[in-house]
Each structure stands twice: as structure tokens, then as C-alpha cells.
Write a protein that binds this ligand. Structure first.
Ligand SMILES: [Zn+2]
Length: 550
């Protein structure tokens, strides 16, 4: 079909298109792989596409803005299906230590912040960093932080599990139950406090951000994501109070990244978790095109340093990681939730966790006939052999994959999981050839949110410090873009609204001067959009190519 017109509403007899773009290549990413050369947009919708650059000229009226851009490639805006947007919002405004490449740069960033901060005020770093990115490959110590500022208490957070702080704890403080105070050989604390029981005495003193501060952080992060072509994220860990942050920005009309939320019912006991789920008073699908509840999030095992493996860690023969759930409890809770209309995504990375999760999901599917495919999702699924992959595919369980985790944590994984297991992490090509429902994401802030770096990673299997891992699992550029667009919309059950550039779809698109599907592979990480549009709104348009700034 050369031309496809959206039926005109009878009350708009003269209003044809607000915007018409003629470009070198407009990838629909639809099943038939059609590439168009003209696209017409009215309000927030794509109303027509054509393979002929002048095929839509009949839609031009006096009010239509026409962009002739024979050098541009258009794709659907990227959809990151595992991106901790609210966590990124909370990091906004904190010391951006993820920019440091050495400990000296790290300390200097804290020193710069101290110079602008009244003495005695807490200084906090962003938690979005990992010491593997530093040349020294280790956490800073308390004496090193003292060099940055003797006049401010400093808290350096890293990830969700490890924190490094200065203050409060002396050589006489014993290790608390369930936590570790790291020490120099003479017994004085280095400042590294591992797990909540150890760091809570310090982190509880740090003043919380206000709602307004987090809302502003979210606004800034959304705009930053737009500048990288991101139109939608699925936020896989949202606490009940954080819903207020999303709602506040949505009310202001400034939630410029469509957000699909996964609520985390965190509590000590099963009964408390059930009460929290009951207390949400809503279920999956509540919301609108901008802000919508995807489902619930559970975490079955640890991260790169705690994933539940069948065989021991290479750097610790007595350690196989840990499962954070008794499988029977998880089964009870997933059953409870799906019967109340919730979809579930569960974090499982080690082979032991993936197998345990598939056992639970299989049982839930058995006990709930008629459960819709896509209700139960495997998040990450780092190690899944042919047998586990076949099970997931047969059970209709989608998998979200995040190459940037392998990119950033490759060297940590090599140390802990060893060569053989590391190269098998996220076998994307095998999953796809076998028929799995995959979608791509990043797990930012654990790793970079740049979709083009992630796409480069899936095409090369390249990493930051661990070379190429499992090159036989690499996929081509077109397929990576599919995983970042149409596949994300499918995971969110919104293929009828988004994910492709076709009539009747929301006008979410990103434009590039180089074609990300045909350009040299190593150009990908540094490609930046010419503009990004979400719902017909130009949200990133530094050259004002789309006429009207918004
Ligand atoms: Zn995550």
C-alpha cells in the first residue's frame, strides 16, 4: 500500500495535517518492514504515511508545517522496558560521580560540590555508578573523602546494596547482624558499609528529598531521555509514595517520557505484602497513554555479585549467590496477585533463580487457566540454557534483556561467574531464533540509558572492560531497533497505540542524520537524535527543525 489515510473527523473538514515530514527513510518497523518517505501528523497522531515523498502533498493546507529533510532517518521513539526512571530522578541534583574515571576525579567532584554547600550540610552522591568504571576499580575510603571536605558529612551511595559513608562509626563498633563494616588492617573502618544493617545508622541521618525536588528531578531526567530519543520507559521498581511524583509531573503536562510503572510491594511478611497489594486499590492497565500501571515487581535473586547460581562463584568456592524468596511464598503471592488482575515481572539473573522462577510461573499458569500470555515476565534472565529457554517460550513468558548490564559489569561477572558463564549471559540471538518474546532496555541507573550504546552492545556483544562476550549471540542493527521499539510496545500490550510508524499510532518518533540501521557499527554509541517527538510534541529539537518550540 502506497498511501494510507486516517479517516477525517467530520468536525475538522479543513484541518488535514499539522505537520508533514519528507525524509530519506521512515522505518515503520511494522511486520512488512515497509520504509516510507513521507509522514503526516495531526494532533498527537500519525494520520498517513507514503513511500512517495510527495504522496501526502494532498494533506497540506495553509496550517500545515512542512519539513523537507532528505538527510533524515526516522524511527519510532525508543522504548526502554527496564529503566529505573524514578531512581534516576532521585539521583538528579546529587553529585554526579558517574562522570568520574578515577578516584581523584571522584573526590574532586565532591570537593566542587562542598565549595558551594554550607558547612555541616550533608553531601550525597548519585547512586548511579559502579567502581568498575574507576581506573582503580575500588570504592573510595573515608580518609580519601576527608580530603574532599572536612566540613561536610558525605554519603557515597552505590547501587541498592552497598553504601560508603563517612561518620558515626568507629573501630569499636561491632559488625551488626546482617551487615559488614569494612576495616583497614588496624581495625579502623574504611568507610565502606555493606547492607542496610551496617549503613542505616548513617543513611537514616541524611535528610530526605522533598516531593518538589524529586518531581523536578523527574522533569529533568525525562527531558534528558527525550534528547536520546527515548519516548517510553517501563520503570521496574516504584514504591507507593513515588506514584505521587509521577502524578504531580503528569498533572503539570511535563511527563515527557511515557511511563509504565511496576509497583514493588515491599514488606517483611507475606501477609503484609498481600495487604499492600490489596491497598493499591487498582490493577494492571490503570492509567492513560502517558502514565499507566504495568504491574508488580518481585526480585528473586541478587545482582552480579549475588545472583543465585547452580555452581559456585569463581572467586568464592563456598558461595552460590542467594535466592531472596522461598519459592512457595513466591508462588502464593504471584497467585494472589494475578487473581486480582496484576501482571508480574520478576528479577532473576542466575541459572538457579531462572529455573526456580520458571517452576513458580509454570505452576501459576497451571493453577490459573486462561491467564493471558505476557502476564508473567522474566526480567534479565542472564543465564538461561536451551532447556530453560524452551520452557519460557512454551509458557509464553516474555523476557526483558539489558545489554548495558553486561557492558558495565562484564569484568565483575568475569571475576565472579567466570569465562564460561559470562559469555552465555543474555543469549539474545538464540532466544530470538527459538521464538522468544524479547524486548530491550538498560537497567539505568545501574548502567547508561543511551539506547544507541545499548544497540551497539547487542550488535557487537562488546563491553566496557571485558572485551567481546559471546559473539555468537550478536544480532543485526534492524533487529536491535525492533527490540527497542515494536517489541517494547508489545510487552506493554500497546502495539495498537505505539511501536510502529503507521496511521492510527501515536506520533512518537526520533530522527537521525545518520541511519542507525545502516551506519558503521562503531558510529552508533555517539549518534544523537536530530529531534525527538512524543505524541506529536517536539520535546527535543535543538535546531528547531519542527517549527514550534514546546
Ligand atoms: Zn532493575
Amino acid at each position: 500500500m502506497n498511501q494510507n489515510l486516517f479517516p477525517l473527523a467530520s468536525n475538522h473538514p479543513l484541518r488535514l495535517a499539522d505537520l508533514l515530514i519528507r525524509a530519506a527513510a521512515i522505518y515503520s518497523m511494522a511486520q512488512d518492514r515497509t520504509v516510507y518517505q513521507a509522514i503526516a501528523i495531526r494532533d498527537e497522531w500519525i494520520v498517513a504515511v507514503s513511500q512517495d515523498p510527495h504522496g501526502l502533498d494532498g494533506l497540506i493546507s495553509a496550517d500545515t508545517y512542512v519539513l523537507d529533510a532528505p538527510d533524515l532517518t526516522l524511527l519510532p521513539a525508543f522504548e526502554d522496558t527496564h529503566n529505573h526512571l524514578i531512581f534516576a530522578a532521585q539521583n538528579m541534583g546529587l553529585v554526579p560521580v558517574d562522570r568520574a574515571h578515577t578516584l581523584a576525579e571522584f573526590i574532586d567532584l565532591i570537593r566542587q560540590r562542598a565549595a558551594q554547600t554550607p558547612p555541616g550540610t550533608w553531601i550525597q552522591t548519585s547512586a548511579a555508578w559502579h567502581e568498575v568504571s574507576l581506573a582503580e576499580g575500588r570504592l573510595p575510603t573515608a580518609p580519601e573523602l576527608d580530603e574532599a571536605t572536612p566540613e561536610h558529612p558525605v554519603v557515597v551511595r552505590r547501587g541498592g546494596h552497598v553504601a560508603l559513608t563517612l561518620g558515626g562509626i568507629t573501630r569499636d563498633t561491632p559488625d551488626p547482624q546482617g551487615g559488614t563494616i569494612m576495616r583497614f588492617p588496624d581495625g579502623t573502618p574504611t568507610g565502606v558499609l555493606i547492607e542496610a544493617p551496617a549503613h542505616a545508622p548513617v543513611t537514616e541521618l541524611v535528610p530526605a528529598m522533598t516531593l518538589e525536588q524529586v518531581v523536578e528531578g523527574l522533569r529533568l531526567v525525562c527531558r534528558e531521555y527525550n534528547s536520546y530519543g527515548i519516548g517510553t520507559v517501563r520503570d521496574p521498581m516504584v514504591l507507593r509514595d513515588q506514584m505521587l511524583v509521577y502524578q504531580a509531573l503528569w498533572e503539570q503536562g511535563e511527563l515527557t517520557v511515557r511511563s509504565r510503572l511496576m509497583l514493588a510491594p515491599l514488606a517483611a511478611t507475606l501477609a503484609e505484602r498481600m495487604a499492600i497489594i490489596e491497598g493499591f486499590g487498582v490493577r494492571s492497565g490503570f492509567g492513560d497513554d502517558l502514565l499507566k500501571l504495568w504491574g508488580l515487581k518481585f526480585v528473586l535473586d541478587g545482582g552480579a555479585e549475588g545472583g543465585a547460581l547452580d555452581e559456585p562463584y569463581m572467586n568464592n568456592p563456598s558461595y552460590r549467590g542467594h535466592l531472596l524468596w522461598n519459592p512457595d511464598d513466591l508462588l502464593t503471592l504471584v497467585n494472589f496477585a494475578v487473581r486480582r488482575g496484576w501482571k508480574i515481572g520478576t528479577h532473576a539473573i542466575g541459572d538457579r533463580a531462572v529455573r526456580t522462577l520458571l517452576d513458580v510461573y509454570e505452576q501459576v499458569i497451571k493453577e490459573n487457566p486462561g491467564l493471558k500470555p505476557g502476564t508473567l515476565v522474566l526480567e534479565h534472565g542472564f543465564l538461561a540454557n536451551a532447556e530453560q529457554r524452551a520452557r519460557a517460550i512454551q509458557l509464553g513468558i516474555p523476557v526483558t534483556i539489558q545489554h548495558p548490564l553486561l557492558y558495565t559489569l562484564g569484568s565483575v561477572l568475569l571475576d565472579g561467574w567466570g569465562k564460561e558463564r559470562t559469555r552465555e549471559i543474555m543469549p539474545v540471538r538464540a532466544w530470538l531464533e527459538e521464538g522468544a518474546m524479547l524486548s530491550a532496555g538498560t537497567d539505568h541507573p545501574v548502567s547508561s540509558y543511551n539506547p544507541l550504546l545499548s544497540i551497539w552492545g547487542m550488535v557487537t556483544r562488546g563491553t566496557l572492560k571485558a572485551g567481546i562476550q559471546g559473539p555468537e549471540y550478536a544480532i543485526d542493527q534492524y533487529t536491535t531497533v525492533q527490540l527497542y521499539t515494536v517489541a517494547g510496545a508489545r510487552l506493554n500490550n500497546e502495539s495498537h497505540r505505539r511501536g510502529t510508524l503507521e496511521p492510527h499510532r501515536l506520533a512518537d518518533l526520533v530522527a537521525f542524520r545518520s541511519n542507525p540501521i545502516t551506519c558503521p557499527i562503531d558510529d552508533l554509541p555517539s549518534l544523537r537524535p536530530a529531534f525527538t517527538m512524543v505524541g506529536g510534541r517536539a520535546l527535543y529539537d535543538p535546531e528547531v527543525m519542527l517549527g514550534k518550540p514546546s
